[in-house]
Ligand binder design. Structure first.
Ligand SMILES: Cc1cc2nc3c(=O)[nH]c(=O)nc-3n(C[C@H](O)[C@H](O)[C@H](O)COP(=O)(O)OP(=O)(O)OC[C@H]3O[C@@H](n4cnc5c(N)ncnc54)[C@H](O)[C@@H]3O)c2cc1C
Length: 357
């Protein structure tokens, strides 16, 4: 069965079967029938299919949004994994609740949000997440498991669901804690700050921030419905003090952000410096306004995007000695490491460790 309509790169790949699940019960019975873990998809906005899959695909459409607890200033909300993330954010903002407004317009499902700890404009889902509930495969059978925020081991675009629980946990629901009246608003991100300054809004509220984020994102990011893509293809890079000093000596215009004892370098800048911004090779290329986004101009073949990614990674490595790491999940899974091998780029140490899990 063809997965082209189930991924935002709109590339073709076959799966032995596709099953859409609408409830925990349906998930349970599908998983018991399948035995071994399937591939799980939400809206396919963070995957690149390079080849046909050898395992069935489960598409999560478990719906439902429910307030489970209310305190003076907080509200806890349980969200079905198959709910649209942006629709939920919009609904929360309409209630006047704070905590997710910076994460507006991120495509995909609520259940996929904790997998890579979605983040934007200075916020991550980890900031508001209370727990994740789902089905865990213990090697023999599926069992119900709940993890609190600590147990999710969130990091920059990562979590336990990309490590120990990769491929053996299916998120069925997430619970978030939002604020009702006194909000801890985050407007430190430069483009957000600029948007508010330009409109002379010194005291924004949850709704204004939501509007700002939606407006900025619409101007900067390609709509996958119009130009198929999966958002940022690579993660930003963290370098040590020593690497930072070396780079700064060579490139005065290097944009860096100190964070937790390391320095964050925007991968988009590195790619742009290598001359890739807005470049097109046949039916694939990088977006004209943001080199970090790979776009599909019409190829049905995920390999074309895979090879574009490899060439970019190679160029960045040759010029800066920095290894870019895809943020997008590459399926089938072995292609993830093949990309490094094919383009003779060293595998990041944490990737090698993950492979041993
Ligand atoms: C235009 C654009 C802009 C984007 N901007 C951002 C951004 O600002 N910040 C950001 O963080 N991301 C961004 N993304 C990436 C993407 O939107 C997020 O990663 C999103 O959470 C993916 O949701 P999905 O439902 O499409 O997941 P999918 O692409 O379907 O799946 C992604 C991964 O999650 C797993 N998964 C999905 N659902 C489940 C489940 N229920 N249980 C277990 N595993 C599951 C899949 O197996 C896969 O490994 C952007 C993407 C696009 C196209």
């Amino acid at each position: 069965m063809d997965l082209q309509r189930y991924n935002t790169f709109r590339v073709r790949a076959q799966a032995p079967s596709i099953r859409v699940i609408h409830s925990v019960e349906e998930a349970n019975s599908a998983l018991h029938q399948l035995g071994a873990p399937p591939y799980v998809l939400g809206e396919g906005s963070n995957i690149l299919l390079v080849d046909d899959l050898d395992r069935p695909v489960l598409i999560n459409r478990i719906k439902g949004i429910r307030v489970v607890n209310e305190q003076d200033n907080t509200v806890d909300i349980e969200i079905g994994a198959g709910e649209s993330w942006h629709a939920f954010v919009q609904w929360a903002v309409e209630q006047g609740w704070g905590g997710v407004e910076n994460l507006a317009l991120i495509p995909g499902t609520a259940g996929a949000a904790p997998i890579q700890n979605i983040g934007a404009y200075g916020r991550e889902i980890a900031d508001v997440l209370l727990r994740v509930s789902g089905l865990y495969f213990n090697g023999r059978r599926w069992e119900w498991l709940q993890l609190d925020r600590q147990q999710c081991r969130f990091g920059y675009r990562t979590s336990i669901f990309k490590q120990e629980l990769r491929e053996n946990f299916i998120v069925c629901g997430i619970t978030l804690r939002l604020t009702r009246h006194h909000h801890d608003l985050c407007v430190s991100y430069w483009s957000l700050k600029k948007w508010l300054e330009q409109r002379d809004i010194p005291n924004p509220n949850v709704q204004t921030i939501f509007r700002a984020v939606v407006d900025i994102r619409r101007q900067r990011l390609p709509d996958p419905e119009v130009l198929p893509n999966a958002g940022s293809f690579f993660k930003n890079v963290f370098v040590t003090e020593e690497q930072f000093q070396r780079l700064k000596g060579q490139y005065e215009d290097l944009p860096v952000f100190a964070q937790g004892g390391m320095y964050k370098v925007p991968s988009g800048w590195l790619i742009e410096k290598c001359g890739w911004k807005g470049k097109r090779l046949n039916d694939v290329g990088t977006y004209a306004r943001q080199a970090l986004i790979l776009v599909n101009y019409g190829t049905p073949n995920g390999r074309d995007i895979y090879h574009l990614a490899g060439r970019i990674m190679r160029d960045v490595y040759d010029r800066f000695g920095i290894v870019l790491e895809p943020e997008v999940q590459i399926w089938p899974h072995h292609y993830r490491d093949n990309l490094y091998q094919e383009y003779a780029i060293p595998l990041p140490a944490h990737r090698a460790r993950e492979n041993q899990l």
